[in-house]
Design a protein around this ligand. Structure first.
Ligand code: DX5
Ligand code: ZN
Length: 218
């Protein structure tokens, strides 16, 4: 499938060697950058100055995933050189539709993320407001968790809504994606796959990226 997108998550990379880790995934479609604030999720990672620097040195575009409170205030600030999409959490925004419009106007793809317990219906109903929807396949906060297949029906709902509305939207899954789970997520409707622990931490990431592509090519 030509349209499959693999986005390695630098959450599982070596933070002491970020530039090297970015160049190691040059065959990916984008790098997924997990921003956590210690409030929206019980973990703290990195913020604006580091995302800005990553954007300057990365060979691939940045797919920024914000797991932070007060998204309406912070998300527009992540529209930086190298950043092609900004994903904020629906649960952290007072008006996800207005925020998506702000992001589009600022020149990036506007993307909303929903946690496993969050209803997809309001976003399916107004799918035209978004360039991408991230269906979390784990509770956000940590890499290396187990894939939650029970959320996959949301992807079908979004796929149908996009077809009915006549719009193109990327459907991303994040959490527990590996060669063992990627086919199930793709069959459910996903086309954009985040993978952290499946790509990083096992030597050269390039064959890991290829292995994920190979599963969907067969
Ligand atoms: C989790 C993050 C993910 C994480 C995925 O909250 O949003 O992007 O890095 O890691 P794996 O692929 O190991 O589940
Ligand atoms: Zn993520």
């Amino acid at each position: 499938l030509e349209s499959v997108r693999i986005h390695p998550s630098i959450l599982s990379a070596d933070f002491a060697n970020l530039e090297r880790e970015l160049h190691a995934i040059a065959t990916a479609d984008a790098v997924h950058v997990d921003v956590m604030d210690g409030h929206f999720v019980p973990n703290l990672t990195l913020g604006l100055p580091i995302v800005e620097r990553i954007g300057q040195v990365s060979p691939v575009p940045l797919d920024v995933h914000l797991m932070i409170d007060d998204a309406d205030r912070w998300a527009p600030q992540y529209v930086l050189p190298g950043v092609t999409s900004v994903t904020f959490h629906a649960e952290a925004s007072r008006d996800p539709f207005a925020l998506a419009r702000t992001l589009r106007d600022a020149g990036v793809a506007a993307s909303v993320a929903i946690k496993p317990g969050t209803d997809v219906a309001p976003f399916a109903d107004r799918i035209d407001a978004f360039d991408m929807v991230l269906v979390m396949t784990v509770e956000p906060g940590f890499g290396g968790q187990s894939f939650m297949p029970e959320v996959l029906p949301k992807l079908g709902t979004l796929r149908r809504a996009a077809a009915d509305a006549g719009v193109e939207v990327l459907l991303q899954v994040d959490g527990g994606i590996s060669t063992a789970t990627i086919a199930e997520a793709a069959a459910a409707g996903a086309d954009t796959f985040v993978a952290g622990s499946a790509v990083y931490g096992h030597g050269d990431p390039a064959p890991r990226i290829q292995a994920l592509r190979d599963v969907l090519a067969t």
